[in-house]
Design a protein around this ligand. Sequence first.
Ligand code: NPG
Length: 375
Amino acid sequence: MIIRRIQLHTLELPLVAPFTTSFGRMDVRRALIVEMTADVDGKEVTGWGEVSALEQPIYSPEYRAGVIDVIQRFLAPTLAEAQRDGSLTAERVSPALVKLLGHRMAKAGLEAAALDAQLRAAGQSFGEYLGVKRDRVPSAVSVGIHDSIPSLLDAVDGYLAEGYQRVKLKIKHGWDIEPVRAVREAHPDVPLQVDANTAYTLADAEHLRQLDAFDLLLIEQPLAEDDIREHALLARMMTTPMCLDESVVSVEKAADAIELGAVGIINIKPSRVGGYLEGKKIHDLAQSRGIAVWCGGMLETGVARGANAAFAAQDGFTLPGDISGSSRFYKEDITTPLEPVDGFMAVPTLAGLCEEPSRERLEGLTAETVTIDLA
Ligand code: NPG
């Protein structure tokens, strides 16, 4: 493929309700959408990708303005160089960028757009490309930190009434044991898990052990991103299975965490690890080592939400993913909203990774576009 142009659209999407995690409250999602114009086998196609970085480097070291800068300054010029001999494919995007360290979310967005362009040109869906057998995946919901337990219980009741198959509660100091107890008491049989987004240290081990009483599927990322060894220590002190998110940024980190006994379950977010293809490597490794995986979410628009459903239809995804309906976050999406039916999200069958966004809605929601011409 020859990439002609990359456009980076920053969209401003108001959330239907604030989403609060241990690192703060979000009222608006600024989504970064990659529009890539390319020639693939003589056809001019447009590929779409999404970059999950937040506004600030609080979930990962990346942030939206930095992503735009690194793509303009380094990643796009490197791809321009790599495609000179005509050998670039979506599979070669990540290897071509490997000498530029880090910036995995930025790379993931570019790889996704290239893969979308390539699959559109070939008339193949992402699910077919991955060879998935399932045509739908269980849909689960991540519930942010609320102001009060009654308000949390109301929200959980609403999501369960909508058919969501598993509930993940965000926790932090001062919002952990009691809200989890309340949800467990109200819903004794609901598959339930918690996510701390690095809010604790090993000194909190005794406190966190209280969560063992609530029959949780897992506790996700209680300690800091770099604390893989300490997660292994904590895992031995708790009966609740240990799940890692932020710490697993590559297949190598996944192997380290498995080897150290730091992880029993892995949350694979394709964006966090540098793209769907690195995510697939983690899936394959985990499957070979008997480690369960599930697909995380980053409040995706319709560009990445359906692709995540296809990704999560691979055999090793044995736990429900954070693949909820568009309407759980957004009143308006840039594609046809993706909504679960009877608690399951359909694996898209159209060519490419996603439905082409509506130009009108894209333009209406765009705050800023940066255009980079490559060839
Ligand atoms: O359903 O898309 C979703 C959101 C799932 O809770 C979710 N994501 O840490 O997993 C996470 C969390 C997150 C959201 C992290 C936004 C960072 C930013």
